[in-house]
Design a protein around this ligand. Structure first.
Ligand code: FMN
Length: 190
């Protein structure tokens, strides 16, 4: 897959086929995130892999899906749910904790798409409950969860109409994700 094809198809996925993501793919995703660029090379981001069926099941009710869609469309039903999560944490005991660094790490985690593993970065999460469930160590802050699995739907970038950023499903249940055009985002070349 060439770079643009990879980036075009590395979208957010929210329905999966139930096959477990191999542990080595999950650890490789964390390894990729570990090598992400970060401010002053401080490396304050930490991870918890959630892969046991019992732990994954316990996480499911604590994450919230697709705010732009009705629940029956956007929330995966039993049998469609992700089979792994990666929790992304900031070690706040170290100086230089940075949201930018977390963002770059998230971007590297979602490169699991190179193995056909789709993902959803999740900020709408029950942080207190997940912090307790995952026994997040003292001094660390849970920033995001990333849901992972083998997608059963497609997701494609579509032209934005009237500045509407809301994604929607087509007649086949595939995601359509409006992105601003190059004419809008590229202000100029000097
Ligand atoms: C910081 C961040 C938080 C997000 N939180 C959620 C979330 O809680 N639930 C969800 O279903 N999707 C979440 N998403 C996925 C976005 O909705 C998705 O990235 C956006 O609609 C664009 O789709 P795309 O990733 O396919 O380009 C989040 C994405 C990011 C980057």
């Amino acid at each position: 897959m060439d770079m643009m094809e990879f980036l075009r198809t590395r979208r957010t996925y929210r329905r999966f086929d139930g096959r477990p993501v191999p542990p080595e793919v999950l650890t490789e995703a964390v390894d990729a995130a570990r090598m992400a660029s970060c401010g002053a090379n401080r490396q304050t981001v930490r991870y918890i892999i959630v892969q046991s069926p019992a732990a994954v099941a316990a996480v499911q009710p604590l994450v919230h899906w697709a705010a732009y869609l009705p629940k029956e469309q956007g929330t995966p039903k039993p049998g469609e749910q992700p089979t792994a999560f990666i929790a992304v944490l900031q070690d706040e005991r170290r100086p230089g904790a940075s949201d930018v660094d977390v963002g770059l790490a998230l971007g590297s985690l979602t490169a699991a798409w190179a193995h056909g593993v789709g993902s959803c970065i999740m900020g709408a999460i029950d942080r207190p409950a997940l912090t307790e469930l995952l026994a997040v160590p003292e001094g660390m802050h849970l920033c995001y969860m990333v849901a992972l699995g083998y997608p059963t739907h497609e997701s494609r970038v579509v032209e934005m109409r009237d500045g509407d950023v809301k994604y929607y499903l087509d007649a086949d249940g595939n995601y359509c994700v409006p992105k601003r055009g190059m004419d809008e985002v590229l202000i100029k070349t000097v």
